[in-house]
Design a protein around this ligand. Structure first.
Ligand SMILES: [Zn+2]
Length: 218
């Protein structure tokens, strides 16, 4: 059974992996906020458990078992976040820290029951896909708002960042998943975008915000 620390490493490896399932060790160290010697010794432990392949001076490669076990931790995290929002009435900005703890519970039945009670959701409250029981994750190809054109009608479907600060920023502007936005104009100078939605007739969103908003064109 993976320890809490190992599970956190697996999640980071999964998030950092490129299309060849490789992860740069120094990026892993900075994401985990640990020193290189610490990350090197952890990588050896992860290799012994069959989760990755490590060769000196090369990026590490996640094995299929590593990918699957990482996805299963992410599944527990996202199911928990969805449960907290849907069944317990938490705001989407309040759930991450709780899920960071609950994701380490080793009780498959607990999460199966949670899944069932919600009717088997496929996305979490921030629009990210929930991996299935086998650790398979569905690819969602949303556009970033920065890629859209003036005149388009789009629906907010996901976020590339779900930090509390960003979610509070969105709350303050009544922006949530499902909000339909009409793109009124794009500013050539700073790439900000002016949108209208609900009872907001004209709201300017900076490029920094737009690149974190994932949308579906209507
Ligand atoms: Zn989270």
């Amino acid at each position: 059974m993976a320890s809490q620390t190992e599970e956190n490493y697996l999640k980071s490896l999964f998030n950092l992996a490129n299309e060849k399932d490789e992860v740069n060790i120094s990026e892993l160290a900075s994401q985990m906020q640990v020193s290189m010697p610490t990350v090197n010794s952890m990588v050896k432990t992860l290799q012994k458990n069959g989760w990755l392949i490590y060769e000196k001076y090369k990026p590490v490669t996640l094995t299929p078992a590593g990918k699957k076990d990482a996805a299963l931790v992410i599944r527990k995290h996202r199911l928990t976040e969805m449960f907290l929002v849907n069944k317990m009435g938490f705001g989407w900005e309040e759930v991450h820290e709780i899920a960071e703890q609950v994701e380490h519970i080793h009780a498959p039945k607990f999460f199966e029951r949670m899944d069932e009670m919600m009717g088997f959701p496929t996305i979490d409250p921030h629009g990210s896909p929930i991996p299935d029981k086998l650790g398979r994750i569905q690819e969602i190809n949303y556009l970033s708002l920065t890629e859209c054109k003036a005149g388009q009608l789009v629906k907010l479907a996901g976020l590339t960042n779900s930090s509390t600060e960003f979610l509070e920023f969105l709350n303050g502007r009544n922006l949530s998943l499902g909000t339909e936005l009409r793109i009124l104009s794009k500013e050539a100078y700073d790439h900000s975008i002016v949108v209208s939605y609900s009872n907001h007739t004209s709201e300017t969103l900076s490029e920094k915000v737009c690149e974190k908003l994932l949308v579906k064109v209507m």
